[in-house]
Design a protein around this ligand. Structure first.
Ligand code: ATP
Length: 196
């Protein structure tokens, strides 16, 4: 069983996926995979600089994700370009992770893929069930520690509207209450999946 969890930036995807790991789901984090590629793949680093300029580098000539984000999230074409470079690599790596987990835990291993762009990419074809986490913008802004309000707003504007995501959901999680409530909703889904 492979689950995919998605939702807006800061909606609680990772927190949800971590709750699933308590129920023996192996977690694959698409964002983390993307970060590792940017950190380690010299060829991709060069391609990034070629496309987005050396302004995306930090003092040590590594890619500064914050700077890269600033360069692409205000320009639709640049974001498209970034996605066209990164998505196939991320998906390839997700497939590798699935293979490794299955080799270790068996064909029926429980897996959860935490992917902000699950429904916008081929990643959706890898999952058996889609979970969409919804969260009001006021809570996203309140909880978010990674981005400024302006950056969050900008990223939200580039993402698929929640309504469209919800239409493709097998399960919807409402993350507007506390973490106990969130964990209970995960437990309910686990129970439902166990009954099938
Ligand atoms: P991103 O899109 O940035 O990867 P995300 O959707 O994975 O974010 P999380 O990282 O899970 O979201 O959550 C964002 C922040 O909100 C985290 O600091 C998390 O601990 C906190 N958080 C998530 N859900 C709740 C909740 N129900 N109550 C309080 N804090 C929460």
């Amino acid at each position: 069983m492979i689950l995919g969890v998605t939702g807006s930036i800061g909606s609680g995807k990772t927190t949800v996926a971590k709750f699933f790991s308590k129920h023996w789901y192996s977690r694959i984090d698409a964002d983390w995979i993307g970060h590792e590629i940017l950190k380690k793949d010299k060829k991709i680093q060069k391609e990034m600089v070629r496309n987005f300029g050396s302004g995306i580098l930090d003092k040590n000539r590594n890619i500064a994700r914050q700077k890269l984000g600033n360069a692409v999230f205000s320009d639709k074409n640049k974001l498209k370009k970034l996605n066209s470079i990164m998505h196939p690599l991320i998906i390839k790596e997700i497939k590798n992770h699935i293979k490794k987990i299955r080799a270790k835990c068996g064909k029926n291993a429980r897996i959860i893929i935490d992917a902000p762009l699950l429904l916008e990419t081929e990643a959706k074809n890898l999952v058996d069930k889609v979970i969409v986490v919804k969260c009001d913008e006021k809570n996203i802004f309140k909880r978010n520690k990674k981005f400024t309000m302006q950056q969050t707003e900008r990223i939200l504007n580039t993402q698929m509207p929640l309504k469209k995501k919800l239409k493709q959901a097998d399960f919807v999680i409402d993350n507007n209450k506390d973490l106990n409530d969130l964990e209970k909703q995960v437990e309910n889904i686990v129970q439902k999946l166990n009954q099938k």
